[in-house]
Design a protein around this ligand. Structure first.
Ligand code: PMP
Ligand code: GLN
Length: 386
């Protein structure tokens, strides 16, 4: 068996969701909203299943979706993408990431990763033969330090993998941070592989800036998006990848032997959704911001130390003021004794793990958040067990 996959356990999201089901806990672990998503978009998918095309769509994706992706990014991020040569549809962002790493990395190439890292990245980098080099962010500000970038990049760096907005920490890396990373990509002739699935989930008036918009990066950035996050339909697994034609051509070679295509009916519905008026996107964002604020206020009232969340579905708590110095033990007790599932952030580190931060998903109804808060009151009062 290949050691990369033989030697790793079940993902922390799956593990916590299973525990939540077994314990009948409120599940604020795995990141998914508990509303059903926009009805008109779902109706389009249903209509396309019943009356549309249900055979293989084109390998690069339906042209109408690729056009909608280009128009959407022009409208919201001022990017100028050729839908025919620079956009491809994938089965979720996960497939786009896997395909990109397989397409870019030669055995021994170095890949820069910014910890905390989304769980799929490291196994995929390793399976592609890449040698990971880590840049480590720490609470409470999670700042990208230039000295760490300088140490991580070298002339062997093939790819820098960046998640912005950043899961699990809820940071929106701004233009200055992007320029800093760009400086090292340019210096070492590396490609920026940018997982921007949370691009629409930015709060307090923050605008998402794509790495593609940073000077010098247009043609060395691979931008990945996901309809799952844009439409609160995380199970749909419709992703898109944008890159300059010579790069996209190679990504398509990997994609054609991974999934080849993505369900055409869901693609048609996503094409419709991406063309919705600005209103939908701003209302969606405002709704999540309101949930964030409600949950943050409830946590603070109960004595939790809440870290800032500028984007994503996630809010983090620093457990050290409670005397809790082991996030895994804390989360286990939280689900088993208090009935709330959360995610220990140490799971997102390969080295120098931060062990005092716990992630909660706030993308839930008021009733779900309030039920979780009622259970969390007790957890804040319970003395440290570790
Ligand atoms: N990247 C990041 C950073 C994510 O948080 C997620 C899922 N939440 C994904 C990728 C996976 O996206 P998809 O479901 O479209 O594969
Ligand atoms: N991206 C989701 C999260 O961060 C989980 C997705 C998954 O379970 N693979 O919670």
């Amino acid at each position: 068996m290949n050691s990369v996959f033989a030697d790793i356990g079940t993902s922390v999201f799956e593990t916590m969701s299973r525990l939540a089901r077994e314990r009948d806990a409120v599940n604020l672990g795995q990141g998914f909203p508990d509303d059903p998503g926009p009805e008109d978009v779902r109706a389009k998918a249903a209509e396309a299943v019943l009356r549309g095309w249900n055979q293989y769509p084109p390998m690069l994706g339906l042209l109408e979706l690729r056009q909608a992706v280009a128009a959407h990014y022009r409208r919201f991020q001022k990017l100028d993408l050729d839908p025919e040569a620079e956009v491809m549809v994938t089965s979720g962002a996960t497939e786009a990431l896997a395909g990109a790493l397989l397409a870019l990395v030669e055995p021994g190439d170095e890949v820069v990763l910014i910890q905390p890292i989304y769980d799929a990245y490291l196994p995929l980098v390793r399976r592609a033969g890449g040698a990971p080099k880590f840049v480590t962010l720490r609470p409470p500000h999670w700042t990208i330090e230039e000295a760490e970038l300088a140490a991580a990049f070298s002339d062997r760096t093939r790819v820098a993998l960046l998640n912005n907005p950043h899961n699990p920490i809820g940071v929106v890396h701004g233009t200055d941070a992007l320029k800093l990373i760009a400086k090292y990509c340019l210096k070492h002739d590396a490609i920026a592989l940018c997982d921007e699935v949370w691009e629409h989930l930015t709060f307090d008036g923050r605008e998402h800036v794509s790495m593609m918009a940073i000077e010098g990066m247009r043609d060395r950035t691979i931008k990945i998006g996901s309809a799952g996050k844009i439409f609160s339909l995380t199970g749909w697994k419709v992703g898109f990848v944008c890159a300059a034609p010579p790069i996209l051509k190679v990504l398509a070679r990997a994609h054609q032997f991974l999934t080849f295509t993505t369900p055409p009916n869901l693609q048609a519905a996503v094409a419709y959704g991406l063309m919705k008026g600005d209103d939908y996107f701003f209302t969606m964002r405002a709704r999540f911001q309101r949930s964030r604020d409600r949950f943050a206020a409830g946590l603070a009232e109960r004595g939790f130390s809440v870290l800032e969340s500028a984007g994503t579905y996630f809010l983090n708590v620093d457990t050290s003021p409670l005397g809790q110095l082991d996030d895994v033990a804390f989360c286990r007790r939280l689900v088993e004794a208090n009935g709330v599932a959360a995610i220990p952030v140490s799971a997102f580190y390969e080295t120098e793990a931060v062990r005092t931060v716990v992630r909660f998903c706030f993308a839930k109804s008021d009733a779900t958040l309030d039920a979780a808060l009622a259970r969390l009151s007790e957890a804040a009062r319970t003395p440290a067990i570790c």
